[in-house]
Design a protein around this ligand. Structure first.
Ligand code: URA
Ligand code: URA
Length: 295
């Protein structure tokens, strides 16, 4: 059997199993390349009834059904195109289900991002408004394909009322440029919308009080990918206490929306060694954005 035929059958079976993202479990790109080469050189003469058999016949261990750590993603493109794409992204935490049942709806009635800004400006649900100079609701437009979520406004943000305009913000702009996104293409917000005094980490009750705003922002923006910047954003979004190290490098989902976790740009300013992993994380976000819509 020709390699293309083998792959076509494999992909058809995965599609029948209801998969829209096709992942060659446990196969590295190298193995798949080998598979294609091997199948060309000494193709099994008989038609394999099952793709596992076919793979085994070509000298590759059949997938076990275990979640695959680096696996090869294969596009559904016709056999004429190269079938092997980049490595799959390891799945992570899943919060909520269908995006249509987003966040229980009623939490926040705001009809627009401007409405949220007005509600944030008037909010006294936690103590943070008391010491803050300005509310910092978020910047960007509904429909932005990427949404970046930080922890909370710092001094520059508190002064201006805009998120990520200080040093960390300038670095964020550069990080976004590295994945061909202009700041204007991105919705930028924080978990808490008023500055915590002295840039302290927001307290759990402050996060809880502010969360409905963020949730409604996500509903209204409907980003294709969320980039959680730092531990506060990641833990709040994914309702977890896991460490950043554990949360990075995975594709989490919040009500169907992919969430990628990376270091906070302020942390990168303190520790430049984290720039490389951050670059890798944002490439994951880029790859998700580059997927065909609905994939
Ligand atoms: N750090 C954050 O988490 N958010 C900002 O808006 C600025 C710095
Ligand atoms: N939070 C951070 O982590 N950094 C800032 O600059 C402001 C808030």
């Amino acid at each position: 059997m020709r390699a293309e035929e083998l792959l076509r059958r494999y992909l058809e079976q995965r599609r029948e199993m209801g998969e829209r993202e096709l992942v060659l479990d446990d196969l590295t790109v190298e193995q798949v390349m080998q598979l294609i080469g091997a199948a060309r050189a000494d193709a099994p003469a008989r038609a394999a009834a099952d793709w596992r058999e076919a793979l085994a016949a070509a000298g590759v261990n059949a997938p076990t059904g275990k979640p695959a750590v680096p696996a090869a993603r294969v596009s559904e493109s016709p056999a004429s195109a190269p079938a092997v794409a980049a490595e799959a992204i390891t799945p992570g935490i899943i919060v909520g289900g269908d995006p249509r049942e987003l966040f229980g709806g009623g939490a926040m009635e705001a009809a627009s991002l401007d409405d949220i800004a007005s509600l944030v400006a008037a909010c006294t649900a936690c103590v943070l408004y008391k010491a803050a100079k300005n509310p910092v609701p978020g910047d960007g437009r509904a429909g932005a394909e990427l949404m970046c979520i930080g922890e909370g406004p710092g001094a520059s943000e508190d002064e201006t009322g805009h998120p990520f305009v200080g040093q960390a913000g300038q670095l964020l702009t550069k990080i976004l440029e590295a994945i061909q996104l202009a700041r204007d293409d991105v919705y930028i917000a924080n978990v808490v919308k008023h500055r915590p005094p002295g840039n302290r980490t927001p307290a759990p009750d402050e996060v809880k009080a502010c969360m409905p705003f963020l949730v409604r922002q996500i509903e209204l923006v409907k980003p294709r990918v969320i980039l959680a910047l730092g531990l506060s954003a990641a833990q709040a979004l994914l309702t977890t206490k896991d460490s950043l190290g554990k949360l990075r490098g995975r594709e989490h989902r919040v009500h169907g929306i992919p969430v990628i976790v990376t270091y906070h740009p302020a942390a990168l300013l303190r520790n430049p060694a984290w720039k490389r992993p951050t670059w890798e994380d944002v490439q994951l976000a880029r790859r998700i954005l580059d997927r065909p819509s609905g994939a």
